[in-house]
Ligand binder design. Structure first.
Ligand SMILES: Nc1ncnc2c1ncn2[C@@H]1O[C@H](COP(=O)(O)OP(=O)(O)O)[C@@H](O)[C@H]1O
Ligand SMILES: [Mg+2]
Length: 228
């Protein structure tokens, strides 16, 4: 599925930590509504690529364009505002705020964009229902299972109906049954809201939920045919 303009487009990204290049000329594009799996061995640069695409890490050189605007050149405040309103994030270990209930965790991104508490929590509950974890809404993250916690994290990533969801090994800490469930719920919800998903994983079983797969090797992106 492609439209003329990519939603997010990275060109020739380079990023080094000391002498080691993490990205060494990586290019990548994702279109609206597309679920792309970013595969590759550990240490190949997948997370660094995701962080550059999301404007969390500034590349040493190369550009990232989001809807025609150069993310890598935006001031920090503008970039973080954009992250809050247009991007959603799911990490390997949920990273929910332990002091807040699951409902409050999911409501948090809305609260940060100025939505009133009552409205934010009502929308959070709807998303918990959609992710089939409404019964843990009043629990704190420490009281729920790993699989439930990741579904809460997916609800939190989607509650603002972002245009792009970045997921870095979202099932990496789950058994296969829970992993599959999280992937099914994440991709169904993303398709319903037309969100693009950049899904970092090293598991083929997880990548099978994507529309397209790319492979990162030594800081460069290759498609499955080994070109680019
Ligand atoms: N914050 C950092 N400081 C130093 N080195 C880093 C940092 N982040 C990543 N690296 C290095 O960059 C390379 C790519 O890392 P990463 O993008 O995390 O790969 P992956 O996600 O594919 O495992 C690795 O050699 C890693 O050790
Ligand atoms: Mg990683």
């Amino acid at each position: 599925m492609t439209t003329a303009e990519p939603l997010l487009h990275a060109a020739d990204l380079r990023k080094s930590y000391g002498p080691t290049p993490a990205l060494d000329g990586a290019s990548f594009a994702v279109h609206p509504g597309e679920v792309v799996a970013v595969m590759g061995p550990s240490g190949s640069g997948k997370s660094t690529l995701l962080h550059c695409l999301a404007g969390i890490v500034r590349p040493d050189s190369g550009t990232v364009h989001y809807r025609g605007r150069e993310l890598s050149a935006m001031p920090d405040t503008e970039r973080s505002a954009l992250r809050r309103s247009e991007f959603g994030f799911v990490f390997q270990f949920g990273q929910l705020v332990p002091e807040l209930t699951c409902v409050e965790n999911v409501a948090l991104p809305l609260r940060l964009t100025g939505v009133a508490r009552k409205e934010a929590e009502a929308r959070a509950v709807e998303w918990l229902e959609r992710l089939e974890v409404e019964d843990v809404g009043r629990h704190r993250p420490g009281q729920v299972s790993g699989g439930q916690g990741q579904r809460v994290a997916v609800a939190r990533a989607l509650v603002t109906t972002p245009r792009v969801v970045f997921a870095d090994e979202p099932t990496g800490a789950l058994d296969s049954l829970n992993g599959e469930r999280v992937m099914r719920l994440l991709t169904d919800a993303a398709h319903d809201t037309r969100a693009a998903v950049v899904l970092v994983t090293h598991e083929a079983r997880v990548a099978a939920y994507s529309d397209r797969e790319i492979v990162v090797r030594d800081g460069r992106v290759r498609d499955l045919a080994g070109t680019i």
